[in-house]
Ligand binder design. Sequence first.
Ligand SMILES: O=C(O)CCC(=O)C(=O)O
Ligand SMILES: [Fe+2]
Length: 274
Amino acid sequence: MERIAQCILFEQSGNNYKVVLNEVPKDIDRIDVVAVVECILELPPSTKSLFRPPEDCSMCIGISNVTRLAKTSAEEFEELFAYTTKPVIITDATYNWRAIQEFSFEFFADFYLNEKKGKKINECFYFAYKSGLNSLQEVFAMDERRANLSGEPWYVGWSTCYDEETRKLRSYYNRPYFLPKTAESDMVDWIFMGGPGQGAHMHVDSVRHISWQAQIRGRKEWQLAPPPECLYWCDWITFTVEPGEILVVDTNRWYHKTKILPGDMSITIGAEFD
Ligand SMILES: O=C(O)CCC(=O)C(=O)O
Ligand SMILES: [Fe+2]
């Protein structure tokens, strides 16, 4: 599909955004309100690289919910979902994972205290969010009260960065059975951990590929928002990922925000696949 608009203006009134297009798309069936206007702001070509390129809103048009799926196959998953922008939850892909029984705050504290590092395979990413904890060392030095969620709330995320670390962690879970046979996973995994009420602020990523994220413990609410230029055309999507489920979503294209729901601590593990 060709790009919907060459020039997009956002008009804000209260919490409502109106998107005004200077060009009516040819392949959209139903348009409620469109004001056709002159483009009032065109950026000189040299400034364009400063910005994310505008999205083709076909990435989100017509998607208003997450699809839950079980008993799929790598072939079916590849054909229907793997490289699309439809968010999908696979409900039956973590049976027999040792991670489900064994991952906990104490597990990771022990793991990172005693971990042999091995070869460095990437930059190590660490996200403190609002925790005030500035490194994994600080996370695992938390007092017991805070660690067991009775003290100041916290939520953090990090990527593995040594081959030995990733290899060892992967002995607690398998490559999800539904991933396309030819898909390579990076030797990098991502872990997000923390308590109810906490989560990641609204953002969009610029990682290389689409990723999966397994909800090992706890319940996480996700809110997906279309890119700003598609707000008029597309819906926000809110859903909860339950323990044992795996979410696949293109976090490079959907803006996303998370919140841990009341109850257990949330622990997730995930990776990109190509
Ligand atoms: O799991 C979270 O809370 C945030 C995850 C995230 O931002 C991502 O996977 O891109
Ligand atoms: Fe993200």
